[in-house]
Design a protein around this ligand. Sequence first.
Ligand code: CP
Length: 303
Amino acid sequence: LQHFVSVEELTNEEVLALLARGEEFKAGAKFEGLEKQTFACNLFFENSTRTHNSFHIAECKLGLDVMEFDVSTSAVSKGETLYDTILTLGALGVEVCVIRHNQEHYYEELIKSPNIDCAIVNGGDGSGQHPSQCALDLMTIQEEFGTFEGLKVAIVGDLFHSRVARSNMQMLKRLGAELYFAAPEVWYPSEEFDQYGTYLPIDEIVDKVDVMMMLRVQHERHDGTVFLSKEDYHRKYGLTVERAKRMKPTAIIMHPAPVNRDAELADELVESEQSRIVTQMTNGVYVRMAILEAVLRGRNCLK
Ligand code: CP
């Protein structure tokens, strides 16, 4: 791979190969090694715990020299653009930039430029794409069910603002899963989502699906309008303990995290037997190793 920015830019075969390699790393496979000293830089313009730290760990496991870009003390404070920042890092010799930014599709200008000399790995762009989250979600689903074909997956919650929903619905549909969506009407962009699955109340899907993928209510992307209290949201749209009792015994609960406990998901369910939320976080390290390895191979950085 030259870059890793959006599931739209990846073939099914490329994604499945990343999952397989992630599993190899999880089983203890050795990395074939870097040709020479290689720098990766993590630029997080939006906050993160999981994506940022698991990329950092993945980079360390691959033997990369890791640079953490501090937005507040960088020339961004003098008005430097993202383009000029990445142009600079490429010129300094950085091979891979992992970027999270609030601007959707920020990566398009970077990957088109003939002067940007580093691979771009998207750690999330606004409400656009979160392809590495999608990869770790797919890895977790595949570990559980062995296939995506015919699997019934519900994606539930703040769909409108969710880059996780967008990457997952696009990839899961392409891999043969049957998708269901549940959300408050104001957070259901039907013109965009209808082509991927069926919109139903959560009570009509909870007993039918294999995966309940719950999404965080993204308060930071709302305009301050609160249309429901946390308790009312939980009661009407959340996975409550009572609703979870109606899930198939083989079904699993997923959530990209951080979780608003007792809003989209009952506190008791976060670490319950049917939850795979902790596994998702663990898988993030291994699939991100696979992603970084693939882009480093694309830049001829491997032995
Ligand atoms: N799931 C996810 O992207 O979490 P972070 O915001 O902590 O990276």
